[in-house]
Design a protein around this ligand. Structure first.
Ligand SMILES: Nc1nc2c(c(=O)[nH]1)N[C@H]1C(S)=C(S)[C@@H](COP(=O)(O)OP(=O)(O)OC[C@H]3O[C@@H](n4cnc5c(=O)[nH]c(N)nc54)[C@H](O)[C@@H]3O)O[C@H]1N2
Ligand SMILES: Nc1nc2c(c(=O)[nH]1)N[C@H]1C(S)=C(S)[C@@H](COP(=O)(O)OP(=O)(O)OC[C@H]3O[C@@H](n4cnc5c(=O)[nH]c(N)nc54)[C@H](O)[C@@H]3O)O[C@H]1N2
Ligand SMILES: [Mo]
Length: 716
């Protein structure tokens, strides 16, 4: 599938950044003589505004990286050794189809487990032909919970669909609360809107256990104790109701169960809230009053706060604040977790969920270690006999990595990994299949931080023998004897089906119009104020649910409530007194880009950030190598001592590849595969650890590396 003629006169091809980030940038790719030479942000796009982030500016370097997988690779060493030899696509498909049939003959199709997340957010390469293949096969379903499940569920029980103001509205706000979000790292295209708001007099408040690069640029930083956000939100409601600053009219018209809010918030006096959150009572009082009396006010809550035991309830409680104050009424007011609910793509046509056999089991992706090591995959039914991984690097990003690796080492497990690089996961593959990057394939993208649909055109021919994910699953389906016409749809057909859902938000957005314009705003009101007068929400009552009977039926408090952190409350905390947070590293995108030399040197070795009190109690001054451990595992890092974190909190930004890390282990060797209160999400930050200076005994060197990896390491 060749790209159409480059759209712009100067040899530029219009694309979309594929990465898992709210900004979904419109990307312009310069091509000379068939080779991509540069990517830049589209200057005309209202959110991209002509710039890309630190990482994606290196997309050309990543695409032509010497480590790219250029042909199918067959394992020749022991599992996990990472030794492979090139093979043809014919050999690969022949062998994989034969081995898959063996697994299915022996255990049934549920013994096959797909594993994917958001390596690309594109609908074609992320959730179309792949899903058709697995659904038709009758494979186990995967619950894709690793990132956003708790918050999504908390929001769903409160508002239904995830929507909220975008950067175009937020510039009108007068008070912005960045609540558990490191905007400059993980959502940088919101920053220009915040700058504009500030020029008009807005104040910025950061609520984050870390004084992040974003928090230092705010007017106020409140260093909250991890996992206690619901308590803070309830404490703020307490003050707002006490001062009668609530918007009674909004609550009466648009919410259900609001009469019981007072009882939900009654216990949360400023004193009690302060004791739980670590924020002084006076600061809670003044924040609540400022929040309720400034208009418009906007809360950006991100997914960081929901990677805790009570993450679902935390999102629910915080998200209700603008309903209490009526902030939703204003242009630039309200709260945004995600805007993805505004994109009603044709996923039924793309994925064919109707092909899934009834009673097919579901495996929660965060429990991969358990799924691979228990004889019934941890959920009943056959063991997992075949694992097919694409758009994800579970041996780096999943929690409880020791157990994941133990599973991946199983000799009787068939592991196929579709990848650009030999990642930690690919090290354990029987087959690595070379996948194209965003510069080499078609796709179409929604966004979770704005309201534009973006088309991605291929700018260059596939590198080596790589194929798009869609084409790999198309061919595998044929090999497995699947003759349905749906397996003959081209990538352009798939884009048409994605856009052709019949929903009014997508009216006028077609493949043809996107070929002409590159990106288009959803057909939704401009400005976007989805909860200003919410008449018929996608909730059981049609209203904003202060009270959720559905949650009560699931055994939860039907009112917004506080679910405290888990490990801190158990006896484990005596042995492991520090709470370890591992939020996104500025120079990486999850575990992507860690092998790009410029970004690897920008990030340096893994760090462990500690408060001076915690450091001195352990004889740590800063700069030394430390070991971080708990009962699940351990990793090594270089200590940084600073008051940017509170006592009891430790930080190690992630995610890294074990193979490129000290001691061959990362922070996810210590994280837990337990689940959040709602949604079965990951609790990466509910992680109790201890730290010590490395002694000769504890010190282990990093694994032997050669080729480009060695060079990567030898850089300053
Ligand atoms: N550069 C970069 N950008 C990224 C990513 C990346 O890896 N690198 N990842 C992308 C992905 S996958 C996602 S899901 C998005 C969003 O990813 P998020 O994980 O929401 O990212 P952040 O905005 O960094 O938010 C995390 C912030 O929450 C804080 N935090 C942790 N625990 C708590 C808590 O209990 N309460 C409060 N109030 N704050 C807490 C952390 O200290 C951190 O500053 O970002 C995307 N953008
Ligand atoms: N400790 C800790 N762990 C975390 C987090 C944390 O905050 N702390 N964050 C979590 C979050 S929010 C998330 S979303 C997950 C992210 O987890 P993942 O979605 O697994 O993200 P990545 O690590 O970026 O891995 C994506 C992989 O997909 C590959 N890829 C990209 N495009 C394509 C393509 O077109 N085809 C194929 N076949 N492959 C492609 C990339 O090369 C990369 O190796 O990590 C989670 N892990
Ligand atoms: Mo994520």
């Amino acid at each position: 599938m060749k790209s159409h003629l480059p759209l712009l006169a100067d040899g530029t091809v219009r694309g979309a950044c594929p990465h898992d980030c709210p900004d979904t940038c419109a990307m312009l790719v310069s091509v000379e003589g068939g080779r991509a030479t540069r990517v830049r942000g589209d200057p005309e796009h209202p959110v991209t505004q002509g710039f890309l982030c630190t990482k994606v500016n290196r997309y050309v370097e990543r695409t032509y990286h010497p480590g790219r997988i250029l042909s199918p690779m067959r394992r020749i060493g022991a599992k996990g050794d990472g030794r492979f030899e090139p093979a043809s696509w014919e050999e690969a498909f022949e062998s994989i189809a034969r081995e898959l049939r063996k697994v299915i003959d022996r255990h049934g199709p549920e013994a096959v487990l797909p594993y994917s997340y958001a390596g690309t957010m594109g609908l074609v390469q992320g959730s179309s032909m792949d899903r058709r293949f697995f659904h038709r096969l009758g494979a186990s379903l995967l619950a894709r919970t690793i990132c956003a499940a708790a918050g999504t569920e908390g929001w769903k029980h409160t508002y239904g669909d995830r929507m909220g103001p975008t950067p175009e509205e937020v510039q009108h706000s007068r008070l912005v609360v960045l609540w558990g979000t490191n905007t400059l790292t993980s959502n940088p295209h919101l920053w220009p809107a915040l700058r504009k708001a500030r020029e008009r007099g807005a104040r910025l408040v950061a609520i984050d256990p870390i004084r992040t690069r974003t928090a230092v640029r705010c007017d106020l930083h409140l260093g909250i104790r991890p996992g206690t956000d619901a308590a803070l939100a309830l404490g703020m409601m307490h003050v707002i109701l006490r001062e009668q600053l609530e918007d009674r009219d909004y609550l009466e018209r648009y919410t259900s169960g609001w009469e019981q809010l007072k009882s939900a918030a009654s216990e949360w006096t400023p004193a009690r809230t302060a004791a739980e959150t670590g924020i002084p009572a006076g600061s809670i009082e003044s924040l609540a009053i400022e929040y309720a009396s400034t208009r418009p006010s906007f809360i950006r809550l991100n997914y960081g706060m929901q990677r805790h035991a009570g993450g679902g309830m935390a999102v629910r409680a915080v998200s209700l604040l603008p309903a209490v104050t009526g902030a939703w009424r204003d242009l630039g007011g309200g709260a945004t977790l995600s805007t993805s609910g505004a994109f009603p793509f044709g996923s039924k046509a793309l994925e064919r969920p109707d092909w899934v056999p009834t009673a097919t089991r579901t495996i929660n992706m965060i429990r991969l270690g358990e799924a691979l090591t228990e004889s019934d995959a941890g959920v009943g039914g056959p063991p997992v006999g075949a694992l097919i991984v694409y758009n994800s690097n579970p041996a780096a990003v999943a929690p409880d990595l020791r157990r994941v690796r133990a599973g991946l080492r199983r000799e009787d497990l068939l592991t196929v990994v579709l990848e650009h690089f030999q990642t930690d996961t690919a090290d354990y593959a029987d087959w690595i299949l070379p996948a194209t990057t965003q510069l080499e394939h078609w796709d179409v993208h929604g966004s979770y931080g704005h309201l534009y649909v973006t088309l991605n055109r291929p700018a260059i021919e596939p590198i080596g023998e790589s194929l798009p994910n869609s084409e790999i699953f198309r061919r595998l389906a044929r090999r497995m004897g699947m003759a349905e016409p749906e397996f003959a749809d081209s990538d352009l057909d798939l884009i048409r089906q994605a856009l052709d859902s019949g929903h009014p938000n997508l009216e006028g957005i077609t493949l043809e119009s996107l070929l002409e314009h590159g990106y288009q705003r959803l057909r939704v009101p401009e400005p976007f104020t989805p909860f200003a007068r919410p008449e018929a929400l996608n909730t059981p009552s049609g209203k904003i649910q202060v009270l959720s009977p559905a949650l009560e039926r699931l055994g939860f408090d039907p009112l917004p409530s506080y679910v405290p952190p888990r490990e801190r409350e158990t006896p484990i905390a005596r042995r492991f007194p520090l709470t370890l947070l591992s939020p996104p590293e500025h120079a990486f995108l999850n575990s992507t880009f860690v092998n790009v030399p410029a970004l690897a040197s920008a990030a340096g070795e893994a760090k462990l950030i500690l408060h001076p009190d915690d450091a001195s109690a352990r004889g740590i001054e800063g700069g030394e190598r430390v070991r971080i451990w708990n009962d699940r595992g351990e990793f090594l890092a270089d200590a940084v001592v600073t008051e940017d974190v509170s006592p009891g909190v430790a930080v190690s930004y992630g995610v890294r590849w074990a193979r490129l890390s000290l001691g061959g282990a990362t922070v996810n060797d210590t994280t837990s595969a337990e689940e959040t209160d709602l949604g079965g999400g990951a609790v990466f930050y509910d992680n109790a650890v201890e730290v010590e200076l490395v002694t000769a005994r504890a010190s282990r060197s990093r694994p032997e590396l050669d080729g480009w990896e060695r060079e990567l390491r030898l850089r300053p």
